[in-house]
Design a protein around this ligand. Sequence first.
Ligand SMILES: [Mg+2]
Length: 253
Amino acid sequence: MDQTRLDVDPTQPFALSDGDALFLDFDGTLVEIADRPELVRPPQDLAELLQACAERLDGALAIISGRRLQDIDAFLQPLKLPGAGLHGAELRSTADAALELAEHANLAAAAAAVRAELGDLAGLLIENKGAALAVHYRHCPHAAAQVERALRRAVEQEPVEIVAGKFVFEARPRGIDKGSAVRRLMQVAPFAGRRPIFVGDDVTDEDGIAAVQSLDGFGIKVGGGSSAARHRLQGPAAVADWLRRGVQQRSPR
Ligand SMILES: [Mg+2]
């Protein structure tokens, strides 16, 4: 790709350029994490801001989340964006594209097994998303090891792998992660040929960050904690500021 980007503000080493493709995690990146996943409250102007960014990038802006895409759509309505849900088990390359679904196990029995084993743990939240099964222990952090053991046992026979996030263990289809989602989107319009940027706050985002950095793009880590990302922003408010600057500094064509 062309390395001489005249539209980049030199005081802002990771400014957004017209030729970029933007991959954004949702929880902890665009919205503050809430006590329960359904309780997050997106900032009022978030959808508008994302739409302006998407317009600047000719549609090359995708949400890459562990949530279902239908949840993301509900939070951003009426805006609908390209994206990957369930860490990449759901994929849509444009807002209007049909949802591509990876083959996946039915985790209802596993969810029931976890509930049977850990049901009396106060504050535990078992979230069966169909292709993925998340067990949140934000309100019983002392039980982390017990939660992980129970989930591992429950999905032993399933084609899934377990990943640890912020106060959550999640079983998701094996071989699918945010990195594979980014790579697939980067093969098709409007993403192909652009410089990819991935912004995320959690462990599962590192796959996306590694993917974009291997494709000559860069990652932005949100918040503290170790990361392979080349850049860092403090939290969702800082991400919104960065996006806002990206819209305002739009270069003339
Ligand atoms: Mg996140």
